[in-house]
Write a protein that binds this ligand. Structure first.
Ligand code: NOJ
Length: 756
């Protein structure tokens, strides 16, 4: 058999007229043959020639195998399990596996693919490395609050180093869905509500995962998901339908995907939702017209979990066969877990309902990725146990996690300098269901992260002030039981200050975790109210994967520190902030509403024809609540204070081909060094279609010593003024603009200019 294959190869190679080098590697005593193209020339062409050399030998069944992705039975992330995946690998009927990890486990699966299948095509291993593999970083929404692109890239880099050391090639991240509805649990997995910030973060994450070279042993392929508009699920209910104008799609929801693509993102995942009546997984407009024809995406498209099958439930396909045909026709290259391609593609080709060329194209894209990863050169390069041991939870990775974690913390309130705490504090009462909970602090969807590796808030504080920290849980976050109140209140009465860790359980955000009520669950608010009655300074440490409606806390707590779910180093990072070893610098990447009734509430809204006027009944407002958020997008305090001068522009008119510079002086007016995130927003005052009241266009993190001033500037170019006009052309229209600068989206400091 092997000899016959050798002959077949040589014949093919001669026919191709290219000079290939045939070499063989010995894996566990078995010979397998791979081809490397002659060095030199265009690298992409070399790869494609190698892909062709493999495809030439493949049967239709083997090709369909490459288009099939199954979960292992290990770490299942969806409703269906195929128990036969190992036999499928052996039969060459599956080309990629997810939810299988660790160097040894994946080496064995790879061995079966490489040594026991006819062609020995290596498997691709995918996994949801969402905010870390073993060293867990803050949940993505939390990390976005750092507004620190370098730190975010570093987090993805470390995650890739660990994942790649544990046998993985591919992460189903970043999630780049814009989310404007905090009821949607998956808001936790993205970068928040803003398209500009979200696009920059998407790029940082892709760069971090993929590095400069996909073939390096410490990088993984990224997957931009969920394409597209998944974050706009109706009523914030997961998997729900989406219907929106093409303008909104292009303006708000698509740019982070394009940004990910521009950063080289190797794969895209279709979303579960339908868009304008057509499920994303069969949506030619999204997959073919935009992704392939307009954006020229060279990578491959995978579906989300069973989403080909789900087109039957959507009412778009009568049966699985039709769903498979529709997905392929729209441009889906790989089927995750539906087994729809596996079951029907062969027959669909035979009956002439799909063309084999469509299959060839998908297989070419998938094999190209395997070549780029270097899997044909060494299928085991990602299965090195010594490297795995060295990399996972290394001191350097833990330090990186702590660094990102403290940068992700947002100080929402700090009355009368309650924080930072004095290290000489006599007694500190740490209370709350989340204070010592490893499982919650690690956050939802924490890869292979182990809750036992988390240093909790309680431990983090004890590391600083030892047994002067006393602790009581008080209550659970999801149980209606107040039995622990008395002990907690007693403890609080004897202490100098209370740190109350409350919020959501980790499972309350993420996939399939929408909430209709975004207040504090369980008896937690009541516990806070009772503790407030003690008269002791009440410091709230919030942990949550979405904005929460917390008006009572905003009014009555002495300090509020938003910590999201910070991962492995949560405790030390929060302690760094509470004791002032790190001056908080995080900014909200998403608006915090006063009540769920205001939702969706986001800063870049339109003005309406009747903008809110408190003295005029017939204007756009509620009877029972202000229009304003509890905390606006971009908001976050520091232990120091900053003042802004009046913004200026270098010229008041801008030519289309030129630029103007807006600038402002920032001064640190407090007593500590600190970082201010200077935010620039633009409003187009009159357009051929109406424009939002402001849009973030630039920001800069500026570190200033006490008393130090700095001139901060923003060079405005035509690109910053463009939008989809009434004919959906992306361009800037001459006219008047207003540029705002300030510490958050509610700033009124602005200056005008005119585009000629
Ligand atoms: C379903 C989720 O929507 C997606 O984000 C994830 O990557 C897959 N399951 C695989 O676990």
């Amino acid at each position: 058999m092997r000899i016959a294959m050798k002959h077949k190869y040589s014949k093919y190679l001669n026919g191709l007229g290219l000079l290939f080098v045939v070499w063989s590697i010995n894996f566990s005593g078995l010979n397998k043959h791979y081809f490397s193209a002659k060095p030199g020339g265009d690298p992409e062409e070399r790869i494609l020639a190698r892909v062709d050399s493999v495809m030439e030998m493949m049967t239709l069944e083997e090709k369909i195998g490459q288009m099939t992705l199954f979960t292992s039975d290990w770490d299942v992330t969806g409703p269906t399990i195929r128990a036969t995946y190992k036999e499928d690998i052996r039969a060459g009927k599956v080309g990629a596996i997810f939810n299988a990890h660790t160097a040894a486990y994946n080496r064995e699966l790879q061995r079966v693919a490489v040594e026991e299948t006819r062609l020995g095509i290596p498997l691709l291993f995918g996994y949801d490395v969402i905010h870390g593999y073993k060293t867990i970083f803050p949940v993505p929404l939390g990390e976005a609050a750092s507004w620190d692109l370098e730190a975010i890239e570093k987090s993805a880099r470390v995650s890739a180093v660990e994942a790649a050391a544990a046998g993985l090639h591919w992460t189903f991240a970043p999630m780049v869905d814009i989310a404007r509805d905090p009821r949607w649990g998956r808001i936790m997995e993205g970068a928040g509500e803003d398209t500009y910030l979200g696009s920059l973060i998407a790029q940082a994450r892709v760069k971090g995962f993929q590095g400069d070279d996909l073939g390096a042993v410490n990088t993984v392929v990224a997957c931009a998901k969920h394409y597209a508009a998944y974050g706009a699920a109706l009523a914030g209910r997961d998997y729900s339908t989406v219907d929106m104008s093409e303008r909104m799609l292009r303006e708000i929801y698509l740019p982070p995907f394009k940004a990910a693509l521009d950063a080289g993102c190797g794969t895209f995942m279709t979303s579960f939702n339908e868009l304008d009546g057509v499920p994303a997984t069969a949506n030619k407009f999204l997959l073919d017209e935009i992704l392939r024809k307009e954006w020229h995406f060279p990578g491959f498209v995978v579906t989300d979990y069973t989403s080909i099958d789900e087109m039957i439930n959507h009412g778009y396909a009568a049966d699985q066969r039709q769903a498979a045909e529709q997905a392929l026709d729209a441009g889906v290259d790989m089927d995750m877990q539906s087994a729809a391609y596996y079951n029907h593609l062969e027959d669909l080709v035979k009956s002439g309902d799909v063309q084999e060329e469509q299959i060839d194209q998908a297989v070419q894209r998938i094999l190209r990725m395997k070549f780029l990863l270097g899997l044909f050169d060494d299928p085991y390069k990602y299965s090195d146990e010594a490297r795995q041991k060295r990399e996972l939870l290394s001191p350097e990775h833990l330090e990186a996690s702590r660094d990102v974690a403290r940068k992700s913390i947002v100080l929402l309130k700090n009355e009368r300098g309650t924080l930072p705490l004095n290290r000489d504090i006599r007694k500190l009462a740490v209370i709350g269901p989340l204070a010592d909970n490893h499982q919650d602090m690690i956050g939802a969807w924490s890869g292979a992260g182990d809750a036992k590796d988390v240093t909790t808030l309680l431990q983090g504080l004890r590391n600083v002030v030892g047994q002067r920290v006393v602790y009581a849980m008080g209550c659970e976050a999801d149980q209606d039981n107040r039995d622990g109140f008395a002990q907690a209140i007693n403890l609080a009465q004897s202490a100098d200050a209370i740190v109350l860790a409350i919020g959501e359980k980790a499972y309350m955000s993420g996939e399939a975790a929408s909430r209709s009520d975004i207040t504090l669950p369980g008896p937690q608010l009541e516990l806070a109210q009772r503790l407030k009655e003690t008269g002791k300074p009440l410091i709230i440490v919030l942990m949550n994967g979405r904005p929460l409606a917390i008006p009572w806390l905003a009014e009555h707590a002495d300090a509020i520190v938003e910590t999201w779910f910070l991962g492995t180093q949560a405790g030390p990072a929060i302690a760094d902030v509470l004791f002032g070893d790190y001056n908080p610098s995080g900014r909200l990447p998403v608006t915090f509403p006063r009540s769920v009734g205001q939702v969706p509430l986001f800063y870049n809204m339109k003005n309406t024809g009747r903008p809110m006027d408190p003295n005029n009944k017939y204007t756009s407002k509620y009877l029972d609540i202000p229009n304003t958020p509890l905390y606006p997008f971009g908001f976050g305090l520091s232990y120091t204070t900053f003042s802004y001068g009046d913004p200026r522009v270098s010229r008041t008119t801008m030519q289309a081909k030129g630029s103007i510079t807006a600038s402002v002086e920032i001064t640190n007016t407090g007593k500590l060094a600190g970082t201010e995130t200077v935010q620039w927003y633009i409003r187009d005052l009159v357009g051929s279609v109406t424009r939002p009241v402001r849009e973030l266009k630039h920001f800069e993190r500026v570190h200033l010593q006490p008393g130090e001033s700095r001139q901060v500037s923003f060079e405005i170019t035509l690109n910053d003024l463009k939008f989809y006009d009434k004919d959906l052309h992306y361009k800037a229209e001459p006219g008047d603009f207003q540029v705002f600068v300030g510490p958050d989206a509610s700033t009124e400091r602005s200056v005008k200019f005119t585009l000629n």
